[in-house]
Design a protein around this ligand. Sequence first.
Ligand SMILES: [Zn+2]
Length: 233
Amino acid sequence: MSYCVNCGVELDPTASVCPLCNTPVMNPKAPVDRESPPPFPLVRREVEPVDRRSLGLLLTGMLGAVAICCGLLNFLAFFPQVPWGWYVAGAAGLIWVWAALPFLVHMKFRYCLAADLVATAGFLALVAGLVEGWFWYLELALPVIGLTSFLVAGLAYCRIFHRSRLTTLLVFLGITAVYLLGLELVLDYFMEGTYHPTWSLIAAAVILVFGAIFLTVRLRPRLRAEFRRRFHS
Ligand SMILES: [Zn+2]
């Protein structure tokens, strides 16, 4: 058994240099064993990174196969009078846009979100068409998707124009308040046909207080500098 003369690490009999500090091993009483295989590989290899495109194509194939198989099963064998194959195909399409499309096409995050929202609206439209439930689609699903798009667009604006963290926070708070008020409006009209804002008003009031605090910080240079120092923004 040899030890490195430089760092003292215990050496394998096959080591001709110290694996830690690269000092040549010289021990006249225990020459380097050049016959046995080394305990670890000498060539450094790296795990091949997963090819995004292949992964996207694999997902596309899997989802396509599921949609086609279920469609055939539905129309040829199982309950042809109930179009359940369409639901599966629609869900496969939705998952494809959400999970596979970002691997196949290099898209900016905001375009991915926009595609996700359009796909969700499309899938819900398919369900609404199949169950003849356009009223909930038009009065509930579509307005909620529209409101969510508004939220996403506001956040995208902050990212595109590289606004400071404080401005982003203010925009986010403002959008969230409008979003919650809009959500209660949509839900109220859908369920009761009238509008009596309660929880969204409370939430908006709390957001307003925080917004006022942050706006004060934003407008006062000294406070702003302090905020920047603390939050590195
Ligand atoms: Zn060493």
